[in-house]
Design a protein around this ligand. Structure first.
Ligand SMILES: Cc1cc2nc3c(=O)[nH]c(=O)nc-3n(C[C@H](O)[C@H](O)[C@H](O)COP(=O)(O)OP(=O)(O)OC[C@H]3O[C@@H](n4cnc5c(N)ncnc54)[C@H](O)[C@@H]3O)c2cc1C
Length: 384
């Protein structure tokens, strides 16, 4: 077994780490204006990424992107995870990141949706969650009913990230409610189609503002169906897996930064005549985060490596998402504790890591639901 990363990936990581340290972290607390990244900050960072050759990292070469493998992307996401300057859920600074669903469109659909996204001319969102359907998609009530050459869509979606800036939505609705999740289909719906409305933004404790969307007798041509009826979840599977591994990569960055902050601060902060770094109670918190970082690194890199070899990583992805979100939240929590009162202020990034990582433990699959899925695998894998 060789645990060493290939040299090109190590060099890439070093370069991005220096960039994050020198060009992002020093001004990270000024990167935002409310829930949005300041346009001038985004423009500056994106220009630097283009200059450094990290543009369109997820887009395959045949579409003009870098087509980086997942392990390479994981290293980039990990380094970017060390700063609060970048959006935790939306597109970061590597250029547009079309969802894997868009690469499965037919040629006509690609012309209208995928290519404009890659060119930065169109933006989009993904809408699955509803008031009665979050972790359990069987509860989806939004429907698309075929009428001649069209489908008529009715329903309500909530917590939809980036809807405010979207030109179209990748919408999951039921075309056959009797089939449960197997009756869920995916559509491309332009946001300016009559009957589509943003009901309201939903401010959250993380500063993100996902939206509630209503679909009221929205008529779309049958050519807007992605794949076939009932394909909805199959189409999203690759995205779900890589998204979960991305959670793990971000978690590595968060844990590392929290350890950097905690070790520095604990050496300077004197109480009762000694630096708090000399107290075992404080040392053990940092040791716990260090151990978490070590084990999570192996898990995340192995998952990405296996994905790049074309292996099935569903179960790895469950574990990476579940552990990554929890361990990174715990690392932020320990870092907060070590900093005492100053940790809660907005002078430091710790409270933001804490809020963001807490929310990750629910979105894209709460821990309990991931455990439920993993339990099915465990019961099968270890059965005598
Ligand atoms: C900031 C933010 C951004 C989001 N962006 C998007 C987006 O862009 N698109 C989109 O479609 N959705 C989005 N979501 C929705 C998100 O994916 C859902 O919130 C998530 O899937 C959980 O669904 P829910 O909130 O309905 O919780 P529920 O499914 O109602 O679960 C509530 C809780 O019940 C428990 N639970 C549920 N099922 C089980 C079980 N089987 N066993 C044990 N315990 C269980 C868990 O503790 C869970 O946290 C976003 C949410 C947030 C907060």
């Amino acid at each position: 077994m060789d645990f060493e990363l290939p040299e090109d990936l190590r060099m890439m990581r070093e370069q991005i780490r220096r960039f994050v340290d020198k060009e992002i972290i020093p001004t990270e607390r000024e990167a935002y204006d409310g829930p949005e990244m300041r346009p001038e900050v985004r423009a500056r960072l994106e220009a630097r990424m283009k200059e450094m050759g990290y543009w369109l990292i997820t887009t395959p070469v045949e579409y003009g992107g870098l087509g980086l493998g997942l392990l390479a992307r994981v290293l980039l996401w990990e380094e970017m995870g060390r700063t609060i300057a970048l959006p935790s859920r939306k597109t970061q600074i590597f250029g547009p990141e079309p969802s894997p669903i868009l690469f499965q469109l037919n040629e006509e659909q690609k012309k209208d949706y995928l290519l404009p996204v890659i060119a930065g001319e169109k933006d989009c969102c993904f809408a699955l969650t509803e008031p009665d359907a979050g972790s359990d998609p069987a509860g989806i009530r939004a429907t698309a009913v075929r009428e001649g050459d069209n489908y008529v869509i009715n329903g309500y979606k909530r917590f939809i990230t980036n809807a405010q800036h979207s030109d179209f939505v990748q919408l999951l609705v039921s075309t056959d409610r009797s089939k449960g999740p197997r009756g869920i289909s995916a559509f491309l719906v332009d946001m300016d189609t009559p009957g589509v409305s943003i009901v309201r933004a939903q401010p959250t404790m993380m500063d993100d503002e996902p939206c509630e969307l209503a679909f009221d007798n929205v008529r779309v041509h049958a050519s807007k169906l992605i794949g076939r009826e009932g394909d909805g979840f199959k189409l999203a599977q690759d995205w779900i897996n890589t998204g979960r591994i991305r959670h793990g990569a971000r978690a590595l960055g968060v844990i590392r930064r929290c350890l950097e902050l905690a070790t520095d601060y604990s050496k300077q902060r004197i109480t009762f005549g000694k630096p708090i770094a000399d107290r075992q109670a404080v040392q053990w918190m940092m040791v716990d985060s260090h151990l978490d970082l070590e084990q999570l690194t192996l898990l995340v890199y192995r998952a990405a490596w296996r994905y790049d070899r074309g292996e099935d990583v569903r179960h790895d992805a469950f574990a990476v998402k579940m552990l990554g979100d929890r361990l990174s939240f715990q690392a932020a929590d320990r870092c907060l504790q070590i900093h005492g009162g100053i940790g809660f202020t907005k002078e430091l990034p710790i409270e933001k890591f804490w809020r963001d990582q807490r929310s990750m433990m629910v979105t894209e699959g709460p821990e309990e639901v991931l455990r439920m899925s993993l339990a099915r695998h465990v019961l099968e894998a270890y059965a005598g």
